[in-house]
Design a protein around this ligand. Structure first.
Ligand code: ARG
Length: 467
């Protein structure tokens, strides 16, 4: 045995030669999974505490392990810890540092545990922490939206279908539609948190462990709702990462839609809003340019996050039970999706309250597009004309308006009466933009009073969730 070359210290017992240098680098994950260091240490402290409770570690051993791990965490946080690719991943780097620091006792930490349940625990803890940060940023963005929506509850703009002027709406109402999308995203995020909050620790490599581990204890020490129920599933399940990325994709889809609208609205052609200079950039060749880079970039990042969702789905597709090394590939997409979500939410939460509406331009655009045509049709119905006929009458009025370059509200009474004798002087009440939005006064309608109610309800909801 003296001729045996030095092999991996954690698992090299049965190997007769060291790992190929490239293979060591290829299989190592420490360059990215060091992100899990704090959670890894939290999990190890809980595991050691449990091992002490069941008599596997003495009080002194447990204490030495905890103290050593806390010192290591301080070093990692200070940036002075030296990571080694030869030690493969975050788990073995920390364990090796512990043994170097406290001696043989460090080697006892891994009793009744595998890196398979360890890493599953770490990612769940990490994602739970990250979800709480994201939830806070999402709430901050929603608060910003609510404040602008309240301020702009009576500001009239054109509402669109097919990006063609459809009916007047209030800007506040439009913003409250964004709020609804984000409210569903928040629900999905909390759903994901709830389902992931179970402890895989104790599943060990795949079958459980022969030590009488107290899985309830570690679960509760780590703030989990309880232990997972099947050891094979525990080490191989990455549903929570996929669910999170699905949440992220849908959130970014919503932000990309809002971004697209911001880009349109800041264009010279719409000119509905102004974004403060600090959220825009210029052009190196065209001095007049002020580009809405922040919404554009958020719109673009949606593709990146969708890619991560597909990467994780494809990673897990057809994997046999239980743990496979493939799973190491779960981390980079998950980390990047989370970081991207946090950055995009932050950009939006900072930017949205600073949106300056241009009410005159919005109103003018609403006035130009025959946006009260439906109101005229409804008016004729109230005068006893069946809706299909009134639709036809208004269609002809609009064709006349296009030819004469006149909006419905700009036509004289005789001009309007060419199309129906039922039209009387009171028609002008419904042809005004104000009349049109105020008339839509029911739950979910665009009337300023309804927008205010919706804002108040939403504020109440955010308060209940602690926002
Ligand atoms: N670095 C590994 C991962 O991220 C940790 C688990 C390794 N387990 C194993 N049996 N090789 O998945």
């Amino acid at each position: 045995m003296s001729s045996k070359k030095e092999t991996n210290s954690a698992w090299g017992g049965r190997f007769s030669e060291p790992t190929d240098a490239f293979v060591a680098r290829f299989t190592a994950s420490v360059d990215f999974d060091r992100e899990l260091a704090a959670q890894d240490i939290r999990g190890s402290v809980a595991h050691a505490t449990m091992l002490n409770t069941i008599g596997v570690l003495t009080d002194d051993e447990r204490q030495a392990i905890e103290t050593g791990l806390r010192e290591i965490l301080a070093e990692i946080e200070a940036g002075s810890f030296s990571w080694s690719v030869a030690l493969e991943d975050v788990h073995m780097n920390i364990e090796a540092a512990l043994t170097e620091r406290i001696g043989t006792t460090g080697k006892k930490l891994h009793t009744g545990r595998s890196r398979n349940d360890q890493v599953a625990t770490d990612i769940r803890l990490w994602l739970r922490d990250t979800i709480d940060v994201i939830s806070g940023e999402l709430t901050r963005l929603q608060q910003g939206i609510l404040s602008v929506a309240e301020r702009e509850r009576a500001t009239i703009m054109p509402g669109f279908t097919h990006l063609q002027t459809a009916q007047p709406v209030t800007f506040g109402h439009h913003l409250m539609a964004w709020h609804e999308m984000l409210e569903r995203d928040h629900g999905r995020l909390q759903d994901c948190r709830k389902r992931l909050n179970q402890s895989p620790l104790g599943a060990a490599a795949l079958a459980g462990t022969s030590y009488p581990v107290d899985r309830e204890q570690t679960a509760s020490l780590l703030g989990f709702d309880g232990p997972t129920r099947n050891s094979l599933d525990s080490v191989s399940d990455r549903d929570f990462a996929i669910e999170f990325c699905a949440f992220a994709s849908l959130l970014l889809t919503h932000l990309s839609r809002a971004s697209e609208e911001l880009v349109l609205w800041t264009s010279a052609q719409f000119d509905f809003i102004e974004l403060p200079d600090r959220f825009c950039t210029g052009s190196s060749i065209m001095p007049q340019k002020k580009n809405p880079d922040v919404p554009e970039l958020v719109r673009g990042k949606t593709g990146r996050v969708n890619g991560h969702l597909i990467a994780l789905l494809t990673l897990m597709k057809s994997q046999p039970l239980a743990y496979n090394k493939d799973n190491q590939e779960d981390k980079e997409p998950l980390f990047d999706a989370a970081e991207t979500v946090i950055d995009c939410l932050r950009a939006f939460a900072d930017m949205v309250p600073a949106i300056q509406a241009k009410p005159d331009n919005m109103r003018e655009a609403a006035r130009r597009g025959f946006s009260t045509a439906t109101d005229l049709a409804d008016y004729l119905v109230r005068k006893g004309i069946p809706f299909r006929d009134s639709h036809e009458i208004v269609g002809k009025s609009v064709a006349y308006g296009i030819a004469q370059n006149k909006d419905l509200s700009e036509m004289s009474l005789p001009e309007l009466q060419q199309f129906s004798a039922a039209i009387e002087e009171d028609v002008f009440d419904v042809l005004t933009l104000q009349g049109s939005v105020t008339a839509r006064n029911h739950i979910g309608g665009t009337a300023p009073d309804q927008v205010l109610k919706a804002v108040q309800q939403a504020k109440q909801q955010l308060k209940q969730r602690g926002g």
